[in-house]
Design a binder for this molecule. Structure first.
Ligand code: NAG
Ligand code: NAG
Ligand code: NAG
Ligand code: NAG
Length: 361
């Protein structure tokens, strides 16, 4: 590894801790009253070309752009930072994301698995570096400098869609790109397990202007420099995603403050998220039409014909009414004109006769 790359790695380790996605609303290592985490308890694949199911995903910031490629997380204006977070948690499992990272100095794209006690598994792309991806992990929010972060050379992450897979068990953690193993970290390698991610994680996806001038100097440097907002929009695009929970259950509970995987109790059953992902995806109009029986289609044609006929009748009725109204107006107009004309004639007559009288006199 070159000294420069090594320095970049150190920066990554130190500073990716500042990502916008890293937070918890209730840390089970500090409190005993945190809610249980709803389990996915199954595997599920989704294409984000039309919408994001908001029962399953919480759009935690900004808005998403849907297009035929998938869903885009866009920075179009200063400080925009669209992010989503899954409502479900996986307790060991596999996350596959087919995506294209955003280019642009100071722009960071990320895929994160994170738990409520701040275990974390990351993919990150710095927009000014179009040939590398960074991997990182954290245990129990320990962000002191170590050798957890890595920078990996790869083929055009901002030009091409790639399949980024994390495969995570109690024994080891792996990052894969397009079916090729990139990195393995074992439980023991992670400070004898102390820094090993091992509690139920949800999925967080997003883009972040880490190089915004208001951020700290170190963060801006890690992000490759200040964001040039004259270059907007910046897009990170996700084509599809598959996630698999290696545990089955309804929810996950922290039974003590150790943060160890042995302390997590799996409650039996199926969560509302399991039910939700098992529902068939909403069908497009064309699909629903194709699936109708010919009888139903005839009925629909007939009712459309009916509607058209009614519309036509209404149109004609209105036209006739309009014409009648027009005619009535015309008559009124005419009669008004006649009255005025009569008056004029009267006046003229009077005027004439006056004149006549004047001449005569
Ligand atoms: C997603 O799209 C791929 C091809 O683009 C298709 O094979 C797959 O069935 C789709 N999955 C869902 C859940 O719609
Ligand atoms: C979505 O996330 C926000 C925090 O970013 C939280 O305040 C809100 O309650 C969440 N919504 C749901 C439905 O969980
Ligand atoms: C946090 O991680 C660092 C670096 O790996 C390690 O030296 C330190 O002991 C860890 N702290 C705890 C409390 O585990
Ligand atoms: C990602 O790659 C793996 C390994 O090639 C493959 O099994 C999986 O189906 C891919 N996932 C998606 C969502 O395309």
């Amino acid at each position: 590894m070159s000294p420069l790359l090594f320095l970049a790695t150190l920066f990554a380790v130190l500073l990716s801790s500042v990502t916008a996605q890293t937070w918890t609303s209730c840390n089970p290592l500090e409190r005993d009253d945190c809610p249980n985490n709803p389990a996915l308890g199954t595997s599920y694949q989704v294409n984000f070309t039309e919408s994001v199911n908001e029962v399953i995903w919480n759009i935690t910031n900004g808005e998403l752009d849907y297009n035929d490629k998938g869903v885009s997380f866009a920075i179009k204006e200063r400080l925009e930072s669209p992010t989503v977070q899954s409502q479900f948690y996986i307790f060991f499992g596999r996350l596959e994301v087919v995506m294209k990272a955003a280019s642009g100095r100071g722009i960071v794209s990320s895929i994160v698995l994170q738990s409520e006690d701040l275990d974390e598994i990351d993919w990150e792309w710095v927009g000014s570096d179009t040939t590398h991806v960074q991997t990182n992990y954290f245990g129990k929010g320990n962000r002191t400098l170590g050798d957890r972060g890595r920078v990996h050379e790869m083929d055009a992450p901002m030009e091409k869609f790639h399949n980024y897979t994390v495969d995570w068990t109690a024994e080891r953690l792996q990052w894969w790109i397009d079916g090729q193993l990139l990195r393995t970290v074992t439980y023991d390698e992670a400070l004898g397990g102390k820094n090993y991610p091992q509690t139920p994680c949800n999925v967080r996806l997003g883009i972040w202007p880490a190089g915004d001038p208001q951020n700290e100097k170190g963060t801006i440097e890690w992000a490759g420099g200040e964001v040039d907002y004259s270059q907007v929009p910046f897009y990170m695009t996700i084509k599809r995603l598959r996630v698999e929970d290696y545990s089955t259950g309804k929810e996950y509970e922290y039974t003590d403050r150790s943060g160890s995987w042995q302390s997590i109790k799996v409650h039996n059953g199926a969560s509302y998220l399991y039910e939700e992902v098992k529902k068939p995806p909403p069908k497009s109009l064309a699909q629903r039409w194709r699936e109708l029986s010919s009888g139903a289609k005839i009925a629909i044609y007939a009712s459309i014909a009916g509607v058209v006929a009614i519309a036509f009748a209404v149109l004609i009725f209105c036209c006739i009414k309009q014409r009648r109204a027009g005619r009535r107006e015309h008559i009124i107009e005419e009669s008004r004109f006649t009255t005025e004309q009569n008056d004029m004639i009267t006046m003229q007559t009077q005027w004439k006769s006056q004149k006549y009288h004047q001449i005569q006199s």
